[in-house]
Design a protein around this ligand. Sequence first.
Ligand code: 5RP
Ligand code: ZN
Ligand code: CA
Ligand code: ZN
Length: 226
Amino acid sequence: MIEKALEALKNGEIVLVFDSDNRERETDMIVAAEFMTPEHMTQIRNDAGGLFCVPLSSENSDALGVPFMTDIMDIASSEYPVLAELNPDDIPYDEKSAFSITVNHRKTFTGITDNDRACTINELASLCKEGKQREFGKYFRAPGHVTLLRAAKGHVRSRKGHTEMSIALMEMAGLTEVAVCCEMMDDKTGGSLPTAEAEQYAKEHDLVFLSGADLIEAYKNYIEND
Ligand code: 5RP
Ligand code: ZN
Ligand code: CA
Ligand code: ZN
């Protein structure tokens, strides 16, 4: 299944990844940022419906200079004490959030349209692919409408979120380590889409569905044989 997933990602297709019954119990739609199109935006917005996020490898995050939002809050809390009171030390499914800052490409208008968000996402992948991370501020502004996520150092070895799993997929596929992920929601209940229904969606749309356990196992083998 992992081979099919990597092939699909290299072809610019969406892959579905369920994290685990011991974590969020969410299935995210994942696609490589370098292949992000306005059509993907429309499909993911309509059929997934969660929060669009852009996982960045720890290395790309460092090269771009983007901090975890919690680090910004720590530093700014001397001026704004409420930011210390808002400390996210009680996330029920993980120890640490992956949230970083939000951005728009400078050539976008509002930043929220399918064209604008695809542009921001695609251009960010190009910047990283070309090794021009130091020029981030020249081409992007913040805040914006695309939420960046910082993968933990060591990636899936230290945190097993969709953030790190997206980056593991990009790495195994040999793609730029910038991805897109978005939770699949259930229009009937307003909750997360039940796993069986996410699998059904994958079947109907001819998409690969992966479990976090299989993904992490494949990544372990990939690292060992590297
Ligand atoms: C941001 C989230 C999503 O669950 C997304 O999958 C990234 O988070 P994580 O790495 O914690 O799974 O909450 O919309
Ligand atoms: Zn989530
Ligand atoms: Ca919908
Ligand atoms: Zn998630």
